[in-house]
Design a protein around this ligand. Structure first.
Ligand code: 8YV
Length: 297
């Protein structure tokens, strides 16, 4: 199968593709049968022979599934293999924010540390606090499992209430009111875009922390910037509405930790994602069922 990849995807499995070319999706190509993208829109009209879009990532919100279905183009993603890495980063952000790790690092590097002091630089306990999980899917559940080690009280909300011992169900507004830390693990869909808007951010208690490793568009970014600028809330943000642009107001704020969309960015996880991308292409080549197809909701 003639494959066009938007970049060299990480990990040895990439080299198992015999006919892969790395390049942009901007020119018409009659011969390309599969493309590998990282949640990028694919101009279907440029690829008349396209049969498969293999997405490097679990989220596929920038891929038009209905247009693909109408053209007979299959789409695959990489669910499962990145849950642990993303849940780990979620905890890195929670711990960094609640214990002021990045702020402390900056202070030490600036030569402003004058020795231990008992009153200053106080964070907030992680252990024993209340964690609100928005979206108890694969990644949200991995976060809930980790929460047990910190003796967290876990609340969750999602479209359908499930029978689980991972946490107590709450309506979203109640979850926001009750949580010390709110973490987002929902996919971006028309229903979740702007879900955490100004009214809902205002429900969070003073000093609470919001963590987003899902999609920037799920939170009203300007409303979040206002809450963070006032110092009322704290945040750990791995995703933004207009990546790689980060609102300039956030850069100087001490109450937010910013990371460059690295939820799945570990050597092992990225190799596993490439493995799944390649295995889907190999299955398509052999005419076998795709391993992880996605279909319109
Ligand atoms: C990116 C992600 O795909 O899986 C997702 O939905 O957002 C990430 O894993 C990855 O960072 C490549 O851009």
């Amino acid at each position: 199968m003639k494959v066009l990849a938007t970049r060299r995807y990480p990990g040895p499995p990439f080299d198992e593709l015999s006919e892969v070319e790395v390049g942009p999706l901007s020119a018409r190509r009659e011969d390309v049968e599969a493309v590998i993208v990282a949640n990028e829109p694919v101009p279907l009209d440029l690829f008349p022979s396209l049969r498969l879009i293999a997405n490097f990532g679990v989220g596929y919100d920038r891929i038009d599934l209905e247009a693909c279905a109408a053209r007979g183009v299959a789409v695959t993603n990489t669910p499962g293999v990145l849950d642990a890495a993303t849940a780990d980063l979620t905890f890195a952000l929670i711990l960094a924010m609640r214990r002021r790790v990045v702020e402390g690092d900056r202070l030490v590097r600036a030569g402003q540390w004058r020795g231990s002091w008992s009153e200053g630089f106080l964070g907030r306990d992680v252990t024993g606090s209340t964690l609100g999980i928005v979206g108890l899917g694969r990644i949200g559940s991995a976060v809930a499992h980790r929460a047990r080690g910190f003796a967290l009280r876990v609340l969750y909300t999602q479209r359908r209430r499930v029978d689980t011992d991972l946490g107590e169900y709450r309506e979203l507004d109640d979850l926001l009111r009750e949580s010390d830390v709110v973490t987002i693990h929902a996919p971006r869909t028309p229903e979740t875009e702007g879900l955490i808007d100004a009214r809902r951010l205002a429900l969070m208690c003073d000093g609470a922390c919001i963590v987003n490793t899902a999609r920037g568009e799920i939170v009203d970014e300007q409303a979040l910037v206002r809450e963070l600028s006032s110092g009322r809330l704290h945040a750990g943000l791995d995703v933004f509405a207009h990546e790689p642009n980060v609102p300039s107001e956030l850069v100087g704020l001490p109450n937010v930790v910013l990371t460059p969309h690295i939820g799945s960015a570990t050597v092992e996880t990225r190799a596993a994602m490439t493995r799944l991308v390649v295995d889907n292409i190999l299955a398509a080549e052999r005419g076998e069922p795709l391993l992880t197809p996605v279909t319109p909701r």
